[in-house]
Design a binder for this molecule. Structure first.
Ligand SMILES: C[S@@+](CC[C@H](N)C(=O)[O-])C[C@H]1O[C@@H](n2cnc3c(N)ncnc32)[C@H](O)[C@@H]1O
Length: 478
């Protein structure tokens, strides 16, 4: 333990006790097993593990991907080991862009086209030798918004959850922008300007992203129960002009920050894409999976997905392909069996989950109290989350070279007053798959549980942690 760390007490004061007929014995035992590696890291803070710090970062500030972590966190993690670098949940591409800037070979996998396309656009701009033609085309786009008629064929392709998101004038402006982009031939220019337009949709709409859902402004014309007041909403040309200004301002810095070796950005599911990577081909994984917290990316990024042409069926399909984190996600077990390329890895993951006593303890308690749960599908959510994450971890164990490292950011969660120690359970699964957990570093301040839960079940601070798992040089034998 160094100066930046302190130990976490085994039984924190003022914390609601664990429940269940056995008093949470399996979770307590797991905590004891990791006690020497579970530390508070005073060098970590919320800014570092969230998108906040990226608001000042060239390129990364173009698209507010609220689920992202900071470029500084990645820079710190890069000091721990050598590449090639991987992020199987790449989001906006923070890991792969920063790693590319540090001259590492980097691969990112991201299922949300919103993140993958934004990452690709930043990478195009960082590796483009002459940005002048892009600036000229951007000026052309802004001019096109000033005149002419909106063509009906290019109207925003709404889905029911985005209907009435924009004022009528904004609908017209968006149609003009879509027509302009449609006629662009240069792939990189179109990718960058497409992301520029997509990035202002929330700002110019009657909506605001709010974790699980979109919140709606009372002026939208929908029937609402208590809509919010978003305040002044800029026009599409105003917001776009500001964004293009940022892109032009950032252009000279991009090559220095992220240029060099363009990262490989794969738009797809980690569950399908990881099995395609070669054994021992990765030196350092820096990642943050979805948290098991019911947040639904397909709802919060509904405007952006509709912009990209997702219809209702495509929304449903994407939601089911994300790592299970919502009550709507159904099991992927059958699919994993059907599409399995690596039966040994799948079997290893399943064994690790089946024998995870703390997870089984939580699931048993939730099943016993099923009738009291606000939504009984949280049981399925918790079970599926760990089954799928176990497959990802077993794959990471296979693709990581001996001596290589995984750095993972994640939050613990709680359902019906039952703490789910995601950090300990995933670290235990990682050890079952061949990693050694070196550290579970918690932020000095955890997250409070939701106020309704606190009222009913007492206070529990939920840890937000950065885990560090190493693949030993030589396989360890039990
Ligand atoms: C916490 S975010 C990671 C953000 C990223 N660290 C960044 O800085 O932008 C988790 C990401 O995992 C993605 N994701 C969810 N299910 C996935 C899957 N099956 N395969 C690949 N990515 C997935 C989500 O779309 C989301 O972008």
């Amino acid at each position: 333990m160094d100066k930046t760390q302190t130990a976490i007490p085994l039984h924190p004061p003022h914390q609601a006790p664990l429940t269940g007929s056995n008093g949470g014995a399996a979770r307590n035992a797991l905590r004891e097993r990791f006690a020497d590696r579970l530390v508070v890291r005073h060098d970590l803070n919320r800014r570092l593990v969230s998108y906040q710090a990226n608001k000042a970062q060239p390129g990364l500030r173009w698209f507010k991907y609220k689920e992202g972590f900071s470029a500084d966190l990645v820079r710190d993690a890069l000091r721990l080991g050598g590449g090639p670098v991987l992020d199987p949940f790449a989001g906006l591409g923070t890991t792969v862009l920063v790693a590319s800037g540090a001259r590492h070979r980097a691969t990112g996998i991201e299922i949300m086209p919103v993140g993958a396309k934004a990452a690709q656009a930043i990478s195009f701009a960082a590796n483009c030798t002459n940005l002048d033609p892009i600036k000229d085309t951007a000026d052309g786009l802004l001019r096109a918004l000033n005149g002419g008629e909106a063509e009906p064929a290019f109207r925003f392709p709404h889905v029911p959850i985005t209907d009435r998101a924009f004022p009528p004038q904004t609908e017209d402006d968006i149609a003009k922008a879509r027509a302009f982009l449609h006629r662009l031939e240069d792939k990189s220019t179109r990718a960058i300007l497409d992301v520029a337009c997509m990035s202002v949709l929330e700002e110019v709409s009657y909506t605001r992203k709010d974790g699980q859902y979109l919140r709606w402004d009372h002026r939208c014309g929908r029937t609402l129960r208590g809509g919010m007041n978003k305040g002044a909403i800029p026009s599409f040309p105003e917001a776009l002009k500001r964004r293009i200004g940022e892109i032009v301002q950032d252009a000279p810095l991009l090559a220095r920050c992220y240029g060099g070796r363009a990262p490989q950005i794969i738009e797809g599911s980690a569950l399908k894409e990881l099995p395609r990577l070669a054994n021992n081909s990765v030196g350092l994984t820096i990642t943050s999976p979805p948290y098991a917290n019911r947040y639904d990316y397909t709802r919060t990024y509904a405007l952006e997905l509709a912009w990209l042409g997702y219809d209702r069926a495509a929304f449903g399909q994407l939601r089911q392909s994300l790592i299970s984190a919502t009550v709507e996600n159904r099991s992927k077990e059958q699919l994993l069996d059907q599409e399995c390329r690596r039966p040994k890895v799948l079997a290893q993951a399943r064994t690790a989950v089946a024998s995870q006593a703390a997870l089984n303890e939580v699931l048993d308690i939730l099943r016993t109290r099923q009738a009291e749960l606000s939504n009984p599908h949280v049981i399925r959510l918790v079970a599926n989350y760990f089954s799928e994450m176990a497959v990802v971890i077993a794959e990471l164990a296979r693709v990581t070279r001996p001596g290589g490292l995984v750095v993972m950011v994640n939050d613990n969660v709680q359902y019906h007053g039952e703490e789910v120690p995601v950090d300990l359970i995933l670290s235990d699964i990682a050890e079952a798959c061949g990693f050694v957990c070196e550290e579970i570093g918690a932020l000095p301040r955890g997250k409070g549980n939701a106020s309704q839960q606190m009222g009913r079940f007492g206070r529990r601070e939920l840890r937000k942690c950065v885990y560090r798992w190493r693949k030993p040089e030589k396989p360890q034998h039990a």
